[in-house]
Design a protein around this ligand. Structure first.
Ligand code: 1GP
Length: 243
């Protein structure tokens, strides 16, 4: 059983807090992680679109580990964001990327590091959905085979592919601070086709929205922006999805 399955057995629905090492000092990251853990978050993810410096990732995780006991999971954009002090890594493929580096080449470069440093990989299929009019950071930075907000068929196809190729979970990403989160109808359609855990993130700003997502089939809710801008809402979100 992998860590996601273990946690899901224990809590039914999970909450992960995403800390971006480029948007805060390691000390701030530690303090924010501590609050999220106090509210009941189940893991701290570490990553961000712009992260390039392994040392900053290392220092951020070091500080987080000084403050919390919940697992740390790398959420890297490249092999340069792999740090030896993480517990786990989302070993991920951006499935609808047109760019080789998000599909295979950074993964190939990172694999020996993950092995050498004994970081436990969690194979994950990452699927970006274009939900918003204004391009999100990830849409600005990565060339995508775009999946529009109403293209349920395509989102389902990518999800089935992820499950068939042995991914442990999928992550449906609307983009950090997206205007609209992943739609409920899309989640319901995907849930009815695959069994692996579904992670949902991007633009989830309150407990009501988070609850809608878990009711539609999401297993894990991710909050990133809220850890920096409105951390108290995370308490509400966790209480609501785990009640
Ligand atoms: C981004 O899905 C995450 O990768 C989190 O999004 O910043 O909107 O919470 P938010």
């Amino acid at each position: 059983m992998n860590i996601i399955e273990e946690l899901l057995q224990k809590y039914k629905k999970l909450h992960f807090s995403l800390i971006d090492p480029d948007k805060q000092t390691p000390e701030e990251a530690g303090k924010r992680a501590e609050l999220c853990a106090k509210y009941g978050t189940n893991a701290i993810m570490i990553g961000g679109t712009t992260v390039k410096d392994r040392k900053i990732v290392y220092d951020t995780i070091k500080s987080i580990k000084e403050h919390v006991k919940v697992p740390t999971i790398l959420f890297p954009n490249s092999a340069d964001a792999v740090s030896e002090n993480a517990d786990y890594i989302f070993f991920m493929k951006l499935l609808n990327s047109k760019e080789d580096k998000y599909q295979i080449s950074e993964q190939v470069r990172g694999a020996p590091l993950v092995k050498k440093w004994k970081i436990t990989p969690i194979p994950m299929g990452y699927i970006v959905i274009s939900t918003s009019k204004k391009p999100t950071t990830i849409e600005k930075n990565v060339k995508l085979h775009r999946i529009q907000i109403d293209d349920i068929k395509k989102a389902v196809e990518y999800s089935i592919y992820a499950e068939m190729t042995g991914m442990n979970c999928i992550y449906l990403e609307a983009g950090s601070d997206a205007e609209q989160p992943i739609p409920n109808e899309m989640l319901k359609a995907i849930r009815s086709e695959i069994k692996i855990p579904i992670i949902v993130g991007g633009g989830i700003k309150n407990a009501r929205t988070a609850k809608e997502k878990v009711d539609a089939g999401a297993d894990i809710i991710v909050n990133g922006t809220a850890t920096e801008e409105n951390i108290r809402v995370i308490e509400d979100i966790i209480r609501t999805i785990q009640s």
